[in-house]
Design a protein around this ligand. Structure first.
Ligand code: IMP
Ligand code: MG
Length: 177
């Protein structure tokens, strides 16, 4: 049976999201902020984050898939669909659920830069740095962790657990603990 080891409670999440929302509101106070969420994982984080901002914000979503139903990356990132928001001369913040190898963000940033934004930065709810293969980094994050496979608050394993309101480390079997 998979085991869910608690990592962040709902209360931890609420505080940390409020903290980075305050920072983003201050850093982007005089800018034209467009938040672009990476589906599906970022949907809950983004919904909470935008409601904590006290500055104007436009939102859009892109879809990227890299994992299939496995918990290890196949190293390929597929982007699905176009970015429809007009981001020319605007300040884009890419919203990810978790930054792992960095492949997704590394593929998305050039695609966004082609559309002429004034700036592109990255906000990842979780920065999981052990397997980073790129020089991508999160400009804003709520939590840094070395490794593990995390679920809940939008993060899935084989499309399950996204609905959990807290973050857990998923232990698939005792050999991996
Ligand atoms: P990257 O391209 O390797 O940085 O991976 C980014 C994507 O992989 C995330 O947006 C997630 O969808 C998925 N991912 C990476 N690590 C985890 C994890 O621990 N739990 C759930 N999904 C993960
Ligand atoms: Mg994702």
């Amino acid at each position: 049976m998979p085991k869910l080891v608690p990592l962040l409670t709902e209360n931890d999440i609420r505080k940390r999201v409020a903290d980075i929302a305050r920072k983003i509101s201050s850093d982007y106070a005089d800018k034209q902020l467009v938040m672009i969420g990476v589906l599906k994982g970022a949907f809950i984080f983004m919904a909470d984050l935008v409601r904590c901002l006290d500055i104007p914000v436009e939102i859009d979503f892109v879809r990227a898939s890299s994992y299939g139903d496995s918990d290890t990356s196949c190293g390929e990132v597929k982007l699905q669909g176009d970015i429809t928001a007009d981001i020319r001369d605007k300040d884009v913040l890419l919203i990810e659920d978790i930054l792992d190898t960095g492949q997704t963000v590394q593929n998305l940033i050039p695609a966004l830069e082609c559309l002429g934004p004034r700036s592109v930065k990255v906000c990842a709810f979780i920065d999981k740095y052990e397997r980073r293969q790129t020089d991508c980094h999160a400009d804003y994050t709520c939590h840094s962790v070395e490794g593990g496979f995390l679920v809940g608050y939008g993060l899935d394993y084989a499309e399950q657990y996204r609905n959990l309101p807290a973050i857990y480390d998923l232990k698939l079997n005792s050999a991996r603990e």
